[in-house]
Design a binder for this molecule. Structure first.
Ligand SMILES: Cc1cc2nc3c(=O)[nH]c(=O)nc-3n(C[C@H](O)[C@H](O)[C@H](O)COP(=O)(O)OP(=O)(O)OC[C@H]3O[C@@H](n4cnc5c(N)ncnc54)[C@H](O)[C@@H]3O)c2cc1C
Length: 372
């Protein structure tokens, strides 16, 4: 079996390494668009403590401690400048995205999987002729690849503006900060992902963005303005953005079908979900495992892909509903900003309560994939 994985992010890397482990004789290679050094984003939050949690990609590394993961068990909601501190109920694991991706790449290379960087795009015909299976894990970069029409993405943009900053201020809890001023409401999502750095994501409505003049500022000016808005949390620590990773509207990419012919989608390429539920990488890991399991079960690839589709699509649709409910809660936070801290916390907690629990669905899928 000759497989090309397109995109060396968490989804493609977990798929490739686990598939190679299940079928050492298969020819698996990875094509990555960017350079070896270029990995976008700061830190992400993952479930549980490695190696015990199978949905945490660190559990698949020999020495996860080298990535300096940070374990977080408290949640802090700040509203009206008052903190509301509570337990997360579970252990969360903050980790640097670049370190995680580089470590997963090293694992693939050690397993004999070739990763080519700055790879020029091949046409659909070339891919079909060259491989038995093409695993598409190119994130939300759907325009970068020619896929069969049945796999055309549905694209939806969120109403809020957001930006993903890094900071040297260390946030020991999962922080959710609501800051209101004469320009509007600005929400900060912050947590540490190493003993030196934290992620600091900021979102606000388009109106607040414009009233604050963020649309006319340089990246540096905008970072300074946002840092002053959150000075109570950041102190003297500034905010850093990555080149080209400026303010944007969140892109939700969706599909009703996970495969067509020789092409199969995993990770964000199949379904992306708003960062406020922090499950994108977890989904990527679970869906990659599902694909490995279905392909390893028998020699009939078409039947395996049908089975994968039947299991993956309901799961990613549930993920989409959770992520969209959460995104909409933040987009309409102005309706609730008059609430007390305690009532805003209750409303935040309830924003996905009407949906079937995502965690149960994820663990059931993982249980099937890992034969547990
Ligand atoms: C602000 C923000 C915060 C987030 N926070 C969290 C969090 O806390 N926890 C969490 O679990 N998730 C989080 N996520 C989501 C998480 O980053 C993604 O869900 C996850 O990275 C998906 O992995 P992936 O491998 O599918 O895609 P990606 O990580 O996007 O990787 C795709 C790879 O494909 C490459 N590529 C693109 N096009 C091509 C092409 N044509 N050919 C070859 N290669 C290509 C890219 O360069 C990249 O390396 C966050 C996302 C955002 C935007």
């Amino acid at each position: 079996m000759k497989i090309l994985v397109i995109g060396a992010g968490p989804a493609g890397l977990i798929f490739a390494s686990q598939m190679k482990q299940a079928q050492p004789g298969w020819d698996i290679s990875i094509a990555e668009k960017n350079t070896k050094e270029e990995v976008l984003g700061w830190g992400v939050v993952l479930p549980g403590r490695p190696p015990r949690h199978p949905a945490n990609p660190l559990s698949y590394l020999e020495q996860p401690e080298l990535l300096n993961p940070q374990f977080i068990e408290e949640f802090k909601l700040v509203h009206r400048d008052q903190p509301n501190l509570m337990s997360t109920g579970v252990t969360l694991c903050g980790v640097e995205r670049r370190g995680l991706v580089q470590a997963l790449r090293a694992k693939c290379v050690a397993a004999g999987i070739d990763i080519s960087y700055e790879t020029p795009m091949q046409s659909r015909e070339e891919l079909e002729a060259g491989y038995d299976l093409v695993v598409v894990s190119n994130g939300v970069n759907h325009k970068s690849l020619e896929l069969p029409p049945a796999l055309a993405a549905q694209v939806d943009f969120g109403r809020n503006k957001y930006i993903w900053y890094g900071t040297t201020q260390l946030f020991d809890q999962m922080n959710l900060v609501f800051r209101s001023n004469d320009k509007g409401i600005f929400v900060g999502h912050a947590y540490k992902y190493s003993d030196k750095m934290s992620t600091f994501i900021v979102e606000c409505s388009e109106q607040s963005y414009e009233r604050a003049g963020l649309d006319n500022m340089t990246e540096r000016e905008a970072a300074a303005w946002i840092a002053s808005t959150f000075s109570a949390e950041l102190g003297e620590h500034g905010l850093v953005s990555q080149p080209g990773q400026g303010w944007r509207n969140f892109m939700t990419l969706s599909h009703d079908l996970a495969y067509d012919g020789k092409f199969v989608l995993i990770g964000d390429a199949l379904q992306s979900g708003h960062f406020s539920i922090g499950h994108g990488t977890t989904m990527a890991v679970v869906v990659a495992h599902l694909l490995v399991k279905t392909l390893a079960t028998g020699p009939d690839t078409a039947a395996a892909l049908r089975n994968f589709n039947e299991r993956a699509v309901p799961l990613v649709q549930l993920f989409k509903e959770h992520a969209n409910s959460s995104r909409r809660w933040f987009e309409t936070v102005g309706d609730r900003i008059g609430l007390s801290n305690a009532d805003l916390t209750i409303s935040f907690d309830a924003r996905r309560k009407d949906l079937p629990p995502l965690q149960d669905a994820l663990m059931a899928a993982l249980g099937y994939a890992l034969g547990r």
